[in-house]
Design a protein around this ligand. Sequence first.
Ligand code: HEM
Length: 211
Amino acid sequence: MIRPFARPIPLVILLACVTLIPVMIASIRVAQIPTGQLPEESLRLSGAPFAHWLHSLAGALFGFLGPMQFARALHARFGRLHRVAGRIFVVAGMVMGLSGLGLLLQVESIATPLLDIARTVFSVALVATLLLGLSAARAGNRAAHQSFMIRAYAVGMGGATVALVMLPMYLIIGEPVTGVSSDMVFIGWWLIMIALGEWIIKVNSSRKLVT
Ligand code: HEM
């Protein structure tokens, strides 16, 4: 029987490894933006420094706290820490979604409208699922709370982890995927991550694999 998120690989370690690259890049940007040390490929975002910095900070917090929040041990033994970290996670996710919209509005896009529309939809979906998860927690509906938070995490990290597919593609093809093809891969990967989240919600509701 396949037991994808059961021990010996705790979910927290698996998620932290899979999301390491975007969380590290976001953390580095938090220091680079105010000190004016952005790499060349990110200079175009310096037209919206505040949204760029907020988005990076919120992305780093969201990505760092997400795996911890899904750790069963933390929730069971340190309930207060789970609640405090959960509030920061929700605020970070909302700031990330809203500042993502801010970047879309303020910076000239190098993507196709297809990806920009997808980013807009996913930003709104992220804010909505976080609010629904928060309201379920307040109403004491633990099952709905868990489902919405898993959904929010999948929506938030889906696009950020696209390097996991772009890098192998680059190594196979020998050149970076660009233009419409790149944006299709981006959106396809994002949707696969959301579908994976839905699958985890389904399995979790019957076998309690998460939290
Ligand atoms: C719903 C989720 C998200 C949306 C809609 C979103 C949207 C965006 C947009 C529109 C940009 C500007 C891209 C460009 O024009 O080149 C951007 C950049 C960025 N995003 Fe996100 N993002 C999301 C999630 C995340 C997450 C989870 C992280 C980190 C863990 C993250 C970290 C970053 C960073 C660091 C940049 C700046 C990249 C650079 O400086 O080169 N984002 N995001």
